[in-house]
Design a protein around this ligand. Structure first.
Ligand code: AMP
Length: 308
């Protein structure tokens, strides 16, 4: 089977301080691009684009390179500080609160992609300021399948830029509440239709512990999340989902994946998200083995199978 050569991602590369009912961590490695890249690295070659500060050390970088992730387009800004996010979750882990966001080196970031990153056929515009997403989209002239994630902060503060960014992509991945917020449509089917009208032919609504729904021109597909005994920190679940989803699609090497492949990609996305939430930050995915992914895929099949 033909494979695309690699997948490029831009998004936050961060230090996260997170508190959940099950513990807390200070300044752990995180960010949308990091969670995405780690998950996708199980399926394909990944190139990360973005800035870090001087506080981002060899130890952090080696988590990425140790997974075969290409870091040549990670720019270290002299005197700069890495993006920082602080958040906490309620007893119901679906309820997340942002306590602090410091863009730091992202505030002045001028994306410059290497030829290799520019020519990637699959591009993920991870959650970050939408004007930056647009600039990377414009530079990545080899991209044939472009997906984008965002969040309530940017819908609130940079809506026009975000809508322009959404015009230029093939696939939007967003939390269900954020899709409703973006489109001002309470019904998810109507909201997905409104997104289709903005440009993307594929819309994935992420629904936290309740799974995810995909809307495509060929039809819709809904998947629950796996039922897990151990859930400690949902941070990065959305990006891990996107990493499994796009990593799998990149492996197929087709710019217009049919619905049956999109369904499989949803299962890989959910599988990667299920690992991510079992421990803090990147801790679980860092020690993940490929065989565990295959085993969990079978669990998914058993959980969702029924006979008519
Ligand atoms: P999620 O997959 O939605 O849980 O995303 C979690 C990651 O998003 C964390 O590791 C944060 O560093 C990152 N993050 C939080 N807020 C922002 C923001 N405004 N822009 C970019 N990344 C963010």
């Amino acid at each position: 089977m033909r494979r695309f050569m690699a997948l490029t991602v831009v998004g936050s590369i961060a230090f996260d301080s997170v508190r959940t009912p099950f513990g807390e961590r200070d300044r752990m490695l995180g960010g949308s691009a990091v969670h995405f890249a780690l998950a996708a690295s199980f399926f394909t070659k990944v190139r990360v684009v973005g800035p870090v500060g001087e506080d981002f050390g060899e130890e952090e970088l080696s988590v990425l390179t140790g997974h075969g992730i290409e870091t040549a387009d990670i720019e270290r800004v002299p005197g700069g500080e890495t993006f920082f996010w602080r958040g906490h979750y309620e007893h119901d882990l679906n309820v997340a609160h942002t306590d602090d966001t410091q863009l730091n080196v992202f505030a002045e970031f001028e994306p410059k992609l290497s030829d290799a990153s520019r020519s990637s056929e699959v591009l993920f515009l991870g959650n970050i300021q939408p004007d930056l997403q647009r600039r990377v989209r414009a530079e990545a002239n080899g991209a044939r399948f472009v997906a984008l994630d965002s969040m309530n902060l940017w819908i609130d503060t940079a809506r026009d830029s975000l809508v322009k960014a959404i015009h230029e992509i093939d696939c939007l991945l967003l939390n269900d509440a954020e899709i409703r917020m973006l489109t001002d449509e309470p019904n998810l089917i109507h909201a997905a239709r409104a997104v289709h009208e903005m440009g993307p032919r594929i819309v994935v609504a992420k629904r936290g512990e309740y799974g995810a729904v995909l809307f495509s021109p060929e039809g819709a597909f809904a998947l629950p999340a796996l039922l897990l005994e151990e859930v400690r920190d949902p941070t990065g679940a959305g990006d891990s989902f996107a990493g499994g989803f796009l990593g799998y699609l990149d492996g197929l090497g087709v710019a217009e994946p049919p619905l049956d492949e999109l369904r499989r990609a949803m299962v890989y996305g959910s599988t990667m998200a299920s690992f991510n939430v079992e421990d803090f930050g990147t801790e679980r995915v860092r020690r993940l083995e490929r065989a565990e992914i295959d085993a969990r895929l079978s669990e998914f099949k058993a959980l969702t199978h029924f006979e008519e």
